[in-house]
Each structure stands twice: as C-alpha cells, then as structure tokens.
Write a protein that binds this ligand. Sequence first.
Ligand SMILES: [Zn+2]
Length: 288
Amino acid sequence: MSRPDKAGRLPLRYHGTFTLFVPKDYETAIDQVKELNEKYGSDRLHIDTMKIFHVGVIETRTADMFDDYLDTPGNSGESLFSEAQLHDLIIDLSKEGINLRVHSVGDKSTNKVLNAVERDHKTLGGPPPIRIAICHLEAVLETDFYRFKDLGVIASFTPAWHGNVGDHNVYAAIGDKAWSQMRAQPMIADDAVVTFSSDITTTHEWRDEAANPGHGMQIGHNRQPVEGVPMHAMPNRAASGSGSIRWSMATRSTMLTSWPVGRAGVDRSGQAGRPGHPEPEPVRGESL
Ligand SMILES: [Zn+2]
C-alpha cells in the first residue's frame, strides 16, 4: 500500500490496522502501531487502528458465550481480555489516538467490550476520543443491541457470513440461537452506526475475491451467498449510484479502511461524529 502511495498512485485514504493476537503482544502493540505509522504513514495512508482477536468462533466452540456449548458441556469459550483490561486498553489507545476494532462473535465477549466502553465513559467523563468497532456480532444479548448507539460503538457485520445462519455445525453448538445470529436490524432501527465489512483469513481468499468489498455488498443486498459468478464479472451497481441502499452499503463497508480522497470531514484519527468530522449516513430502511 505504501508503494502506490509513495508513487502518488493511491486513489483513496487507507486506514491500516495492527493485529493483536495474544495478550503478551499488548506490551509492545501501541509502539508497533506508532512505528508502522511513522514508517509508512502519509496524508492518505494511516496505520492508526488496533484490531484484537478477542475470541475464537462458534464453529470451534471458542467464542465467549453466556451459555455452555450444547455439545461441549462445561465449555462456553473465553475472551482474550477481561473487562478491566479492555477498559485500560481503551484508555491507553485514547491517549495515542489509536482506534480499536474488536473481533467478537460471542454474546459474552461483546457484553464485556460494551461494559468496558461504558466504564471508559465514566473514567474519561465522556466517550473515548477514538473509533471503537465490534466486528461480526454473531450472538448479541437482547439488552445489548440498544447499547451500541448510546455508547457510540460501531456495529460491524460481515455479510459474507450471513449465508451460514442455521449452519448444522453452529446449530449443534448453540441450538435455536443459530436461527437468530448476526441480527443487524435492532441496531439499524436504533440508529446506531452499522457497517458491513469483508473478512478473509487465508491468502486464497484474496484470489477468490472474498476480500472484495463488492462481495459483502452483493450479499447484503441480495441476502444470499454469492455463487458461481466472479465478482469482477458483476456490474458495478454501487458505483453507478442506481440504488441508495447499495450506495450506502458501499460507503459503510469501506468507511473504516478507506475513503475517497477529497471527502471532507475525516481526519487522520478517523474520528466520527465531532464538529468538522461528520458521519456518513447510516444504512437505513432495509434489514439483513
Ligand atoms: Zn474477525
């Protein structure tokens, strides 16, 4: 990304993340983000976000849930950080202006993050001055849906995963809850900031276009997995502006990693909702 940027060929603003996989990395993580940004950062390229892998996934029974997995009694998964550690992490990141994205699949891990942010509001006397997003949100406590807006936390869904709702493996793990996974509508109706993101874990997915934001947009719009047609063969409806929903999805799905150059109101910290940093319109009117 730095190469086209230095050559003056980066046509958008790009916010890169540093990924924290294990707790011991935390000691050097903030310094590493800053070092990367010093080395590669520019007015278009920013390494200004930390992503933490807070939990595993339901398929491996490692997402942190309130209830035990049905087929592994005594196991309800676990989180990388405690609520207190998350609170302190957000304070440290706030001091450095580094944004936070949290991979959170289980209802308990998401509850922990929201509790930590709530405590940060009290510690700081207001919302943390950074962007905080919780990603994937497969299982969310009924009462937690309505905390995202109040706490200013971005609800980030992964449309490419929506095709897995009711998957037999997940059903064996969480039973009927499998039918109400990944519900975006309560947050959309509550006017919280909801984003749609791509998600890839293997190099092979770079090639089969799962990383293409259009892939998630297509699923978000049609509500079914993309099958058979390579993404590059699909008409670029989002760019044509032919539908407001598609266009807003295009905006939302890319907002945390890139931004068309020239878009006013987004500074290097990517802070939203502050004077001079207007938020784009949230996705409205359709549910997943
Ligand atoms: Zn993730």
